[in-house]
Design a protein around this ligand. Sequence first.
Ligand code: MCN
Ligand code: FES
Ligand code: FES
Length: 918
Amino acid sequence: MKRLCLNVNGIDRWVVADVKANLAEVLREQMLLTGCKICCEDGQCGACTVAIDDKPVRACVTPMEKVAPGARITTIEGLGTPGNLHPLQTAWMAHGGAQCGICTPGFIMSAKVLLDGNRNPTREQVRGWFNRNRNLCRCTGYKPLIDAVMDAAAMLRGEKTADEVLAKPKTDGSILGTRWARPSAVAKVTGTWDFGGDLALRMPEGTLRLALVQAKVSHALIKGIDTAAAETMPGVAKVITWKDVKGRNAITGLITFPTNKGDGWDRPILCKDKIFQFGDAIAIVAADTVEHARAAAAAVTVDLDVLPAYMSGFAALEPDAMEIHPGVPNAYYEQGVVKGPDTEPLFASAAASVDITTYCSRQPHLHLEPDCGIAYTDDDGVLTIQSKSIGVHLHHAMICPGLGVEPAKLRLIQNPTGGTFGYKFSPTMEALLGVAALATGKPVSLVYDQYQNITYTGKRSPGNVNIRLACDKAGKLTAMETDWWIDHGPYSEFGDLLTIRQAQFLGAGYHLDAIRGRGRTVATNHAWGSAFRAYGSPQAFLASEIAVDMLAEKMGEDPFEFRYKNLYDETATTPTGQKPDVLVLRQLFDLLRPKYLEAKKRCADFDVPGKKRGVGISLGIYGCGLDGPDSSEARIELTPTGVTVYNAWEDHGQGADLAALTLTHEVLRVAGFKPEQIRLVMNDTNGPNSGPAGGSRSNVFTGNATRIAAEMLLNALKKSDGSYRSYAEMVAEKIPLAYDGKWVAAACTACSSETGQGAPFPVYMYEVFMPEVEIDLESGQAKVVKFTTAVDVGTIINRATVDGQIYGGLAQGIGLALTEDFDDLELHTTLLDCGIPYPKDVPDDIEILYLETPRPLGPFGAAGVGEAPLTAPHPAILNAINNAVGVRVFRVPALPEVIKMGLEAKAGAAAAKQHELH
Ligand code: MCN
Ligand code: FES
Ligand code: FES
């Protein structure tokens, strides 16, 4: 222990600290300065950055023994207050720099030190600074953050004011389509937005801290669990195993298709007989401190009979592979596609065809905030679980029978959430928290470290796709045949839905009348498949967008123009036989064409020894909604000071709060309501069931439900003379104050599992991708140097939000294409080793070209946007690699060694040819 005086945020404060503790722990746990966030605890992410004596310091890797007495420490809490923001905080709000907000305090502190030393940095310098100081952001793609620093610098130089930087309503008072800042922005930029880890620290005395006993192998039979030693260890209140679970001890996957060969009850809450994957939870230790809980968890011994582990679809499909869930074949769901005439004669008569197989990786989500949650039984006897859930009502249904509580006695609430990118479409620790709160009768908290977060949450399911594509002599696509499997890990939840996505998106965007295909969902012992942004489409577009490119090449045509003549037209239907909601692809290509011609010339003219540049194209489409008939509910209530909006538009960081506010305001502004009169109560199973915030559905579904509730209120407010009633008049006339809005995708139908035909989505998003990529011929390293994209997501509800979604999605696409993977359980265990892009890995030069075609069924004409940018950036990057150096890569990530091998093979082939000629 050491007693020292630190100058924290301008005030001398004495602290007695363990010299081995790190500064982040002392700031957070002893001084309750929770604006200092902890995500990696390894110096990799910069979330914990504070300033010490005018230097940016990562507090998680700064032991107290290295902190000098009297050190001047500035944390985000010392920078500005909600009423008196620092220019960086204002600029962050203006540029939508805080999406989820978990990285925000660290970035702002880092930027503060930079600007203290240099009031006029270049964009390059800002990016270099963030890169050097290891500031990571998974949401924004970095560009909005650089924009924010440039504006803050201008404010500090006196060239701009806060008023000029922040968005204002339009002249008619509307904020629709503006860059209006989100309601949560002030809390996020001041470090006062409490994430789950912060809430865990603020739980009442007596809260038990949990640690898991987890499997260290991927497949095994459990012969015994010995908890005796752990139970007597210091601080331990209880060691919980399957015996303590009151209900069915399984999470139900709510399987969608009757043709699924499993029953959807394959995921245990606490393993009883079998381990299905690395990390599976076997027991929970509840203790007075996290340290005590972890120490006792390490003392639990598990007797195992280790089985062969099937770590890929290839392995699990081998004829002699054992059934991972005995009684259910490893390939447990099959999906067919039968559209239009027989494909065989069309292949026989084709002018050209291609036949390729692509493999899309187990991309890790790499959300920065590790999974976390709290649970307690409230004063009404309701088990309440607060977590990062992005589907509180969905998860309620999935975990309730497993816990063995009455539905009315279970409540789920979403905590402020530091990014999910879809992994929280699956329940993660909710049931574990619930079991522990019930078994101990005490409030509990569980916060994963980044290792657990990476190794024991769902991942993108790898997809192996064989595609054959044919065209006639005019270069018109005539037929497509596909065969695929999805490695969904051991748990079947939503695996059938993911498999059907291939039927929906393989070949999407093109007029293709004849399609045959078949795919299957495969159980393996690698990480369970959870939703990941663009869910299912990256696997599909990787195959079809490379195949189209190769077919163009075979026909000797430009890949841009070859695509153009095959795009959806008036008579085309989607691969599932649905009429597209709008025809916008030709216009998007028209917008992009001049840029494409410039890029082609730029790349051809690029002349730097040892390097080559190329440009690639792909298109991406995604539907808004859960397949088939989907719906959402919202409620709006008039209050004496304005209105309160109730819905469950869970916020990953995409801006649900701002969207709910903007859509409500757009309806009610005619009655004189201002944005600041709208209060939001969201994301609680005690409120309306809006469905999960996945499938880019919320803007369309919950947006419409919210709009309808607001319109119902507006109707009630309206007097016969056209003016509007006040709150007092409504009460006096006994007119109801609260209105329930509901929106249903009434014209949608689910796709058949035999033919894949149906009308699954009411609204679609469209995007065309055009990266320029530089290849280092020596190392094979590929780098995206510029990215241009043309996007149509309908009417834009908030411009900063939509820009931010696209920049962030493209950055994840660059990661998917070139660096990210979760395959090797020993290697891929940190953000860095999983290949997360740092600021230098994402180009500053990103240009978005918008088309805003109003969608007939969208609120005010809007579609969704969240998933569009991650549908198909990666095949465009792979096509650009081919354009640069003539090397085709068929799997992601396209690591330098893969490209280098291609270069060497090409050089070898060229040399052999030369040799033949001589
Ligand atoms: N929006 C808009 N104008 C449009 C379309 C959408 O302003 N024409 C806005 C919406 O109001 C909303 C946002 O864009 O604020 C995304 O809307 P939508 O596409 O409907 O998606 P959801 O609200 O359902 O959010 C989920 C979606 C998905 S599925 C994933 S995964 C995802 C994503 O959004 N994960 C994210 N974006 C993310 N962004 C962040 N920062 N973090 C995540 O984990
Ligand atoms: Fe400190 Fe990541 S660098 S938490
Ligand atoms: Fe940067 Fe979410 S806003 S990680």
